[in-house]
Design a protein around this ligand. Structure first.
Ligand code: BGC
Length: 818
């Protein structure tokens, strides 16, 4: 029953209450949206009995000609939300926190009825726009309060137009482009009635075994933060109070990317310092970019499931960062706390989650089952419940001004496809080139196109492509046929049915094709199902018979270009060694073919840089550039014992940090990527050799294109804090810039750092800046050698603030629930 004491309706007719409140909901959204086609109808209420529009102060006309005393519409959004909450029943409040997955075929009577009763706040888009259209209509027109549903879907790297997997997009090091890709995805999704995507995934990961590395933005907190913010902005398109896109969701808060052994859902154990220095920054960047929702992780973190981690949820996120959006659990992660051995039963799991700060229950049906009882028993204060509802309503208000949806989908438009091609092109990393690239078409009569990924329309899309259609894909084979057609003959031989196939019978035909051609283009890698959620691998080798295929093709002596399409870094040292040139294209999406051909034939020069370190073998994982030094680093000239022909290591190599059967360094370092030209770095400079607390320092270097083609270089700045109260990484990325250089052209690239950029969190969760010596390198990857040193000094003037002390500290204590 609505408590009308807070309301003053123009008419006191009780029968109007439902309608009026419903109408208010729509009008509370915005002044403009009253006329939306999606606005409420009279539903079960009797509109004709209502008051007529008038010019009385405080009243507005509705589409139905019903006037409402909008005294209750006065005030800012928060006040309107509060009034709405005051008029919701407990069941309606809980309903807002419930998310379900409907059947794809039809909404179903039961779900329709629950939506009508206001018992559902959000549903997934099940692949069928009709289902969500109907659900949304019922929510808006037939539920008592007319509160719309949030329609959710994993739009991870495209809706219908598929962009490279996020890890591939990260290899572009191009936040503007990544933002544009998210815009297109949001647009396509919005047309299908989707309000909310569960992206970006901003988990830092340093373990290529973990299948979800494909969805990540790589190993580095700085690069991930920049790209995460760009994705959030692209998805949401929120400017000056206007919301143009779909709601973003930074996930999985937090620590998921560190799952032990790279095995999905596994435990995570992490120091306070690493948590704050490495894992939290991309979430903070997402929140600062306006991200309106966050999802908890499936994992436990230091023994506490992330879904019940009060210090991180209520403390860091909601208190310290002032995050006022929705925290949604991951799919079933509340109930899974019982399996974890953290909650004794689903009731306790529900209490723990909601009291820790989870606002919405994804597909677990636990809030709807247990929350009312928990509130009645005062295990969950009504204030906590209201806070969760308020957060959901805030998001719904934000969406209210969006342009109308459900028009006929204009998906897969030319511009989107062209953008997809560009993102794919910029995400490809040239790992090696001994000469075959770019292809000299004038000299090629026959081109062998080989490998299971050459013509695999579904596989090139990668993981999480729920709404893609494989027939939209342009494969490398199709595009090469089209673009080389009249210049060179294309000889196609797949060599294997799939990347996972153990059948060697197709290899001889591939070898034959190669031996008849002037060049062999060999497309190998991983099928899409080998990466993504619950797709961890224990090996990082090329699966199936692909290594044999590569070897036998290379053995023909025909120049071989290897193109990898895969969802993770692979341990491909032997293949790289054997081939003449190597491109790593990740899973490039719909436009894989055109993007890769652009690079193969030199219409563009590769500019991608690795957002993750490539291990030599799986045993090196986790491996990342931003490691700490040991007290016994391996000397650069170290060679493993196994394979050396010796019975033991020479004395100077003993008792060092290495493997006896592998080099300690990676196959390719973070930030690495070649081009068809050559970039030279020189003349590094710091504008001062001292940096006072609170001040800036300017670091610069000259970059020259000393080759013959115009190209883009990603110039990178790394810094090392040489001695500190906790051991700091050997180097950390602090800035980067994409620079276009014509042949022979030089540019001085300048980066400005503030002393705050050199702060870090210690193991008590305090953010500190310590005086001392720093190294800075500028170059084209994380092995950059051009070095300049400077010293951070305490300001001797009391005017200089110690910014460290002004920054929020980590949650030492947990605040009481609101
Ligand atoms: C994944 C999330 C995803 C959710 C909804 C879960 O299994 O971990 O990343 O957003 O499902 O599909």
């Amino acid at each position: 029953m609505i408590d009308t004491t807070h309301f003053k309706f123009a008419s006191h007719s009780r029968c109007l209450i439902a309608f009026v409140v419903s109408l208010m909901w729509v009008q509370w959204f915005s002044n403009e949206c009253v006329a939306q086609a999606t606005g409420p109808t009279t539903g079960s209420a009797n509109a004709s009995a209502g008051p007529t529009p008038s010019d009385r102060p405080g009243e507005q006309a509705s589409t139905n000609g019903v006037g409402v005393n909008f005294e209750l519409l006065a005030g800012d959004q928060e006040q309107r939300i509060d009034r709405l909450i005051n008029n919701m029943t407990l069941a309606e409040k809980i309903g807002q926190l419930v998310q379900l997955y409907p059947d794809e075929d039809a909404l179903g009577d039961d779900l329709a009825q629950r939506v009508r009763r206001g018992q559902i706040g959000s549903i997934f888009y099940p692949g069928n726009p009709d289902v969500v259209r109907e659900a949304q209509r019922i929510a808006r027109d037939e539920s008592r309060l007319g509160i719309p549903l949030l329609i959710a879907r994993d739009v991870i790297h495209g809706f219908r137009t598929i962009f490279p997997i996020p890890l591939g997009q990260a290899a572009s090091w191009n936040p503007e482009l990544v933002e544009q890709a998210a815009r297109v995805s949001a647009h396509e999704a919005k047309l299908a009635g989707i309000d909310w995507t569960f992206a970006p995934m901003v988990d830092i990961t340093r373990d290529a075994r973990w299948g979800r590395i494909a969805e990540s933005l790589g190993e580095d907190p700085y690069l991930s933060s920049k790209l995460a913010a760009a994705m959030v902005e692209g998805f949401q398109q929120e400017r000056d109070g206007h919301f143009g896109g779909i709601i973003a969701c930074a996930k999985h808060y937090v620590g998921y990317g560190l799952v032990e052994g790279g095995r999905d859902y596994n435990r995570v154990s992490v120091s306070q310092a690493d948590l704050h220095n490495i894992l939290l920054p991309p979430f903070r960047a997402s929140v600062d970019a306006g991200c309106r929702t966050l999802m908890t992780s499936f994992s436990e973190i230091n023994g506490v499931p992330a879904t019940a981690h009060a210090p991180l949820l209520r403390g860091v996120l909601k208190r310290d960062w002032q995050f006022d959006g929705i925290v949604v659990s991951d799919w079933g992660s509340i109930g899974e706390m019982v399996v974890h051995g953290f909650a004794k039963d689903p009731v306790q799991a529900t209490e723990l989650a909601v009291m820790a700060g989870v606002d919405m229950d994804m597909c677990n049906a636990l809030f709807e089952k247990h929350l009312a009882k928990l509130v009645a028993k005062e295990r969950v204060p009504i204030e906590r419940l209201d806070d969760a509802v308020r957060r959901v309503l805030r998001v719904k208000f934000a969406l209210a001004n969006r342009p109308a949806e459900f028009s006929d989908p204009e998906v897969l438009g030319e511009q989107g496809l062209e953008l997809s091609r560009r993102v794919a092109r910029e995400s490809v990393v040239l790992l090696k080139n001994n000469g075959p690239l770019p292809l000299d078409l004038a000299k090629l009569k026959r081109v062998a196109v080989i490998g299971p990924m050459a013509d695999a329309p579904q596989q090139q899309l990668g993981c999480w492509v729920l709404d893609a259609k494989s027939e939209d894909s342009v494969t490398p084979l199709a595009d090469l046929r089209k673009r080389l057609g009249d210049k060179a003959e294309v000889l196609y031989a797949p060599g294997a049915d799939s990347t996972m196939s153990d059948d060697e019978t197709l290899i001889p035909a591939a070898v034959k094709a190669a031996s008849e051609a002037d060049v062999a283009l060999l497309f190998v890698g991983e099928d899409a199902v080998l990466s993504g959620e619950a797709r961890s691998r224990a090996s990082l080798n090329l699966p199936g018979v692909q290594s044999q295929l590569v070897k036998q093709v290379v053995d023909t002596g025909v120049p071989t270009v290897l193109v990898f399409l895969a969802g993770r870094p692979l341990a491909i040292g032997d293949e790289v060694e054997a081939a003449g040139a190597v491109l790593f294209a990740w899973h490039p999406g719909t436009m894989a073919g055109p993007a890769i051909t652009d690079l193969l034939i030199g219409e563009a020069s590769p500019s991608g840089k690795l957002p993750v370190t490539f291990p030599r073998s799986v045993g090196q994982t986790p491996i990342y550039y931003s490691r700490s030094n040991t007290g016994r680093p391996s000397p650069p000239e170290y060679r493993p014992l196994v394979g050396s022909g010796k019975v033991d290591l020479p004395i100077e190599f003993q008792y060092k940090s290495h493997y006896v059967d592998e080099l300690p360094n990676p196959l390719f370092p973070f930030g690495f990527g070649l081009s068809y030209t050559q970039f030279d770095y020189s003349s590094i400079n710091a504008n001062s050799d001292k940096l006072s607390f609170g001040d800036d320092i300017t670091l610069s270097a000259k970059v020259t294109n000393s080759g013959k083609v115009a190209a883009v270089e990603v110039v990178q700045l790394y810094v090392q804090d040489k001695f500190a109260s906790i051991v700091r990484p050997v180097r950390e990325l602090k800035a980067f810039r994409r620079v276009h250089l014509e042949p022979g052209e030089s540019k001085r690239v300048t980066f400005r750092l503030n002393s705050a950029d050199l702060e870090f969190y210690d193991n008590d969760g305090n953010r500190v800046l310590e005086p001392g010596d720093f190294n800075a390198w500028i170059g084209g990857d994380s092995n950059a050698q051009l070095l300049v040193e400077f010293e951070v000094v305490r300001a001797n003037s009391s005017m200089k603030p110690n910014t460290a002390q002004q920054l929020p500290t980590a949650a030492a204590s947990v605040p009481q629930p609101r």
